[in-house]
Design a protein around this ligand. Structure first.
Ligand SMILES: *[C@@H]1O[C@H](CO)[C@@H](O)[C@H](O)[C@H]1NC(C)=O
Ligand SMILES: *[C@@H]1O[C@H](CO)[C@@H](O)[C@H](O)[C@H]1NC(C)=O
Length: 236
């Protein structure tokens, strides 16, 4: 009985994943903390995409915060959660519910700032949370295309040594986690970003910082869209 139940739930999970990936609309979830929520790089990204073949990509997520981007048109849907730690999101399985409510094919993740700033967490523990989050993404969609940031520096406090340690650990970790059907692309959001000059408050990008972040994300996001589109084309 236990075996049959397990088998049936595996079948159900497989068909849910298939149904989710069969949706012809490409769905992109911007996922992270306040540096994904109360910023304007999402507005800049959406506007840039409107001039490309990717104008119909649907941004998804439960959040719709207006960030004074002076942009009434863009798709605000996102899963940026101000103040949240990667470690807590992973341990409390919050992303699992967010993805159930808003399925996605492509996800960007910029996380770790609050783990360092609020609670001085160990880099190893933050990386372990990233592993859990990637597993949760793939449990939801085995073909999830994943873009992970090496995070931006801060313009306050003495946090950037640890930020650099986290960022240094990300490429090796991502290569170990990489999968053909669910690639991870690492985007270096740190290099060339000034914690003081490109943030409005030492933490969140100003207009110049939003433009830098969008431009850094952009090539990796396009690669992720292309890979997700290839999956959907193969299924049709
Ligand atoms: C496909 O995704 C779009 C955009 O997220 C959504 O509006 C639509 O309801 C989905 N369709 C199906 C059949 O799941
Ligand atoms: C993961 O694999 C893809 C190719 O599928 C590659 O483009 C990407 O750079 C790899 N990521 C890492 C972190 O090695």
């Amino acid at each position: 009985m236990v075996a049959i139940t397990t088998f049936l739930s595996l079948l159900a999970a497989a068909s849910t994943a298939a149904a989710q990936s069969q949706n012809a609309t490409l769905r992109y979830m911007p996922f992270g903390d306040s540096i994904t929520e109360i910023i304007c790089w999402r507005s800049k990204l959406w506007n840039k995409l409107q001039t490309t073949e990717w104008s119909s990509v649907d941004f998804v997520g439960s959040g719709k915060t207006e960030n004074n981007c002076r942009d009434t048109k863009y798709d605000r849907d996102n899963e940026g959660h101000s103040g949240f730690l990667a470690i807590n999101i992973a341990n409390q399985k919050q992303l699992v519910g967010w993805l159930q409510r808003n399925p996605a094919d492509v996800i960007t993740m910029h996380l770790g700032t609050n783990d360092i700033v609020q609670q001085n967490k160990n880099v190893n523990d933050i990386i372990a949370a990233f592993t859990t989050l990637v597993q949760q993404m793939r449990d939801h969609n085995p073909r999830m295309k994943i873009v992970v940031a090496q995070i931006i520096p801060l313009g306050l406090g003495n946090f950037n040594t640890k930020v650099q340690q986290l960022n240094a650990a990300i490429p090796t970790w991502a290569a170990q986690q990489n999968k053909t059907e669910s690639p991870i692309w690492v985007v270096d959001q740190y290099t060339g970003f000034s914690g003081s000059g490109d943030n409005r408050d030492g933490v969140h990008p100003n207009d110049a910082g939003d433009t830098k972040m969008m431009n850094k994300w952009y090539p990796a996001i396009i690669k992720a869209f292309e890979a997700a589109k290839a999956d959907k084309t193969a299924e049709l």
